[in-house]
Design a protein. Structure first.
Length: 441
């Protein structure tokens, strides 16, 4: 994690303190269940739970635990040793019948679930801003582009509505991924429950708000984690998609929208005139970082037999890095959209820039409806459109069509003018918005 691209709430999830408190909770809840089942003395189990409720550990002394681990070369044993020093003789019942993976995997599930909750809140904030700005520019006409070339008119609100729909799908995906990863495994060595009752696992899962892993192999199967990180990768790609759109719109020769430029902000160390899309460029880079976690997560699925720990070092990286980075990216994107400067006049200028070429399809269709073959209709429109194109929009497609007798023999000039109505292209905007946002109240 890099502090420059981190926010406190998400970073705290991956702190050593939070991890150790989750470990302790797992051990305590397991002991509590064992006491109820008679596997350990019930009174000792109650004492352990009371110590937990009284926060017997106090401040987690991470350096002390690290010092123990330097000797034991085992993080779970190091923690249990330190925790035992804080408790009475009842601490001997901690970790009964359990294996390290029971603690590590269940703890990771809790942390990823906590991270997912923050990311879901991030998405909710982004969706709210996208919706507000989409309705603000619902009928703001702008040029649609395919291959980066002027195509036909759309509205800026539609661009944002498309982003809203995409992030709404991403939210659904993350809800599903959260459910999949919120899994508890307290099944002992190789996952057979030989030394621990499955009811212990059920109790720990219930206390932590998790579901039980139906059949762990000493570790929780990593297909769950692969899907979680793949979902984060898809969300990151959606972040980049919107960021790239804004970057293109901010180019000087386009300049239909741009990032907010704060008073006192500097765009370049060399050129005082510059206003660069630094935030959205940053988002493109951050998206790459999040996606870089996907392939390692997929490769973690294929562990040896009932377990190995080749996944462990990977997850110590990608768990914090992917979630912290995506949290920051979503918050940054929300801020960009919230303060985005939009220039309707420049959009209209760009719509008008190519002499009416954006209406060529309407003329094509009108000619076919007037009885001209599609091939001939295309040729009639294209030969006039190319004159406008070669003149860099300095000629008028409408005027050229009016001057073309083969065209006017089929479509009178007055009807040609009607085919160049901008409003025609926007007549379905309300319907699209209803599909995305639901029917208006």
């Amino acid at each position: 994690m890099i502090s420059r691209y981190s926010r406190p709430a998400m970073t705290a999830i991956w702190s050593s303190e939070n991890r150790y408190r989750i470990w302790f909770a797992i051990e305590v809840f397991a002991a509590e269940a064992m006491g109820e089942l008679g596997a350990i003395p019930a009174e000792d189990a109650r004492t352990i739970r009371a110590a937990y409720d009284a926060n017997v550990l106090g401040d987690i002394d991470v350096p002390a635990i690290d010092a123990i681990e330097a000797v034991t070369k085992h993080d779970v044993i190091a923690f249990l040793t330190w925790a035992g020093q804080k408790m009475g003789p009842e601490s001997r019942w901690l970790h009964q019948g359990m294996t390290s993976s029971d603690v590590l995997d269940t703890s990771l599930s809790v942390q990823l679930t906590q991270a997912a909750d923050i990311l879901l809140a991030d998405l909710d904030e982004l969706l709210a801003v996208l919706k507000r700005r989409a309705f603000e520019h619902k009928m703001t006409p702008t040029i649609g582009r395919s291959h980066g070339i002027h195509a036909e008119p759309v509205t800026f609100g539609l661009k944002l509505a498309q982003a809203y729909a995409e992030f709404a799908r991403n939210r659904e995906r993350l809800v599903a991924a959260r459910k999949d990863i919120a899994t508890c495994a307290i099944s002992g060595a190789v996952g057979t429950f030989a030394n621990i009752d499955p009811r212990v696992e059920a109790h720990v899962a219930s206390e932590l708000g998790l579901e039980i892993e139906p059949t762990s192999t000493q570790v929780i199967p990593r297909d769950r984690h692969a899907m979680f990180f793949a979902t984060l990768g898809v969300i990151a790609s959606s972040v980049e998609r919107l960021a790239v759109e804004i970057r293109h719109l901010q180019r000087t020769e386009v300049l239909e929208a741009e990032e907010y430029f704060a008073p006192g902000q500097k765009g370049s160390s060399a050129m005082p005139h510059k206003r660069n899309p630094v935030l959205t460029e940053n988002l493109t880079g951050l998206a790459r970082v999040v996606r870089s976690a996907v392939v390692p997560a997929l490769e973690n699925v294929a562990l040896w037999h009932e377990r190995d720990i080749s996944h462990s070092s990977v997850e110590r990286y990608i768990g914090p890095d992917a979630t912290v980075t995506l949290d920051f990216a979503l918050a940054r994107l929300t801020g960009v959209v919230d303060k985005l400067l939009v220039y309707p006049e420049r959009m209209q200028n760009n719509l008008d820039r190519m002499g009416g070429l954006i209406h060529s399809q309407r003329v094509l269709l009108a000619l076919t409806q007037a009885g001209v073959s599609r091939e001939d209709s295309y040729s009639l429109v294209q030969r006039n459109a190319m004159k406008v194109w070669d003149a860099d929009g300095q000629l008028s497609l409408l005027q050229l069509l009016k001057d073309d007798p083969e065209v006017t023999s089929r479509i009178p000039p007055a009807e040609l003018e009607e085919l160049f109505d901008l409003g025609y292209h926007l007549k379905r905007v309300d319907q699209i918005f209803e599909r995305v946002f639901g029917s208006p109240a």
